[in-house]
Design a protein around this ligand. Structure first.
Ligand code: NAP
Length: 423
């Protein structure tokens, strides 16, 4: 049987998952599917330490030792950060290897350039694992939605944030308590900054933007807000309106260019992502032909990423020629009322219920500026909170109370919501 020779760059969560799947759990199936034996011949790591690996695999901290191995067919890149991963991938492409990467930071920054580099050499650079882990999202977009125009994509692309928001709402816990639990369970890193600040989701969104539009918005202009400032009462008030808060990455192309935001956004129970809870990721794609599609599944972890990377290898083996760039026309979402993000939830901490009445009196004098769709007043842990679901320019009215404001995804949101007051 012919042999495919593989090297791994990185042997952490992702690299070790690939190793186990290729050589243990899924070896037989993989060989049957591609009709070749898959051998891991070298592993690059950063630090020298004892690892439980067989002696015939070269394990080294020296890239030259890996590069000098004979006849490498594939490199699985699963190290961290832009460099040295960028330079390594180029070296392996120069050597005629196909590259399969999970490195979202690298791909968000240099993915377009590396894809061109691979294409010029007639090699594949694939990276399904870098966006939404085990969910076959990129391939769905590249291969299965070629004629469909993508009007808007909304995604929960970070499992850690989704876990924290779900747990806060379900168990009425604070952000800090849920973050700590996520860290204990291994869902969040010791340094969770990238997850909770929305940076991780942003990288994935930029990879998607390159894939769909062959372009990215100006990074400085992308509104990126994480989940650190979300308070329990925000979630409880949202529930009063039948809404759940998700860290949503939203991507669409309009006249002004690519519009991208990553921010906590409420979704209604009719939104396909409403029930995507815990560490799962979920992606909704609204298209102009098939309509609305949704994909959901594990967005991170050893097995999920190994699955995506090994399926990439299978696709390359079956496809033989690298995918040419898919040409996509300019999608406009302008005339779709549903796609205009103009509905918000405003949350007001109140001293008394009378304060709510005076607030409403000010709003009533400015009904030309805002249209209140629904209101809720609730007592939470001895404090009173009021909230409005509204459309319009609340920020242009001078209000007597400070407030917090979240966008509400228009997908699935029913218009003509009646005013309901609960307390
Ligand atoms: N974890 C996930 O669920 C997940 C999901 C999707 C994508 N990713 C991406 O996949 C990549 C790997 O993630 P991970 O979670 O597996 O990280 P990890 O557990 O921290 O493992 C990183 C591995 O890379 C090695 N490494 C780091 N820098 C290196 C360098 N400069 N030269 C050589 N080796 C180096 C480390 O070596 P040592 O063992 O010596 O420290 C380690 O084996 C990251 O880019 C991440 O964003 C991760």
């Amino acid at each position: 049987m012919e042999t495919v020779r593989v090297v791994l760059l990185g042997f952490g969560t992702v690299g070790s998952g690939v190793y186990d799947s290729i050589l243990h759990t899924h070896q037989e199936k993989l060989e049957k599917v591609i009709g070749k034996k898959v051998e891991i011949v070298g592993i690059l790591v950063k630090t020298e330490k004892e690892r439980q690996l067989p002696g015939d695999v070269v394990v080294t901290t020296n890239i030259d030792e890996i590069l000098s191995l004979p006849s490498i067919d594939y490199v699985f890149e699963a190290i961290v950060g832009i460099e040295p991963a960028y330079s390594y991938i180029k070296l392996f492409l120069d050597r005629g290897c196909h590259c399969i990467s999970a490195n979202k930071e690298l791909l968000a920054n240099r993915g377009e350039e590396l894809s061109e580099y691979a294409l010029e050499r007639g090699k594949f650079l694939t990276f399904e694992a870098a966006v939404a882990g085990g969910i076959p999202l990129l391939r769905t977009i590249i291969q299965l939605l070629q004629v469909n125009g993508i009007l808007v994509l909304e995604g929960i692309l970070n499992g850690t944030s989704n876990y924290i928001l779900s747990k806060m709402r379900n168990e009425k816990l604070s952000f800090e308590e849920c973050l700590q639990e996520a860290q204990q369970l291994g869902y969040a890193e010791a340094n969770p900054e990238s997850d909770i600040s929305g940076r991780d989701a942003f990288y994935k969104q930029m990879i998607l933007s390159s894939l769909i539009y062959h372009d990215q918005p100006d990074w400085e202009k992308v509104e990126r807000i994480g989940v650190e400032q979300v308070a329990l009462e925000d979630l409880v008030l949202g529930e009063g309106h039948g809404l759940r808060l998700k860290l949503l990455a939203s991507l669409r192309r309009e006249n002004e260019g690519i519009q991208a935001t990553v921010k906590p956004t409420f979704v209604s129970s009719e939104h396909p992502l409403y029930n995507v809870e815990g560490v799962d990721n979920g992606i909704v794609i609204k298209t102009d032909l098939v309509g609305t599609l949704m994909l959901q599944g594990p967005g991170a972890g050893s097995k999920a990423t190994a699955s995506a990377m090994i399926e990439d290898l299978v696709q390359i083996e079956q496809q033989k020629e690298p995918l040419q760039k898919v040409h996509r026309y300019s999608y406009q979402a302008q005339n779709e009322k549903e796609n205009q993000q103009s509905i918000y939830l405003a949350l007001f901490p109140l001293q008394t219920k009378e304060e709510w009445l005076s607030l409403k009196a000010v709003i009533n004098e400015n009904l030309n500026q805002v249209n209140i769709l629904q209101e809720v007043v609730k007592e939470i842990d001895g404090s009173i909170f009021g909230s409005f679901l509204y459309e319009g320019a609340l920020e242009s009215i001078s209000l007597p109370v400070l407030y917090k404001r979240y966008p509400v995804s228009p997908i699935g949101l029913k218009r003509g919501i009646s005013n309901v007051v609960t307390s």
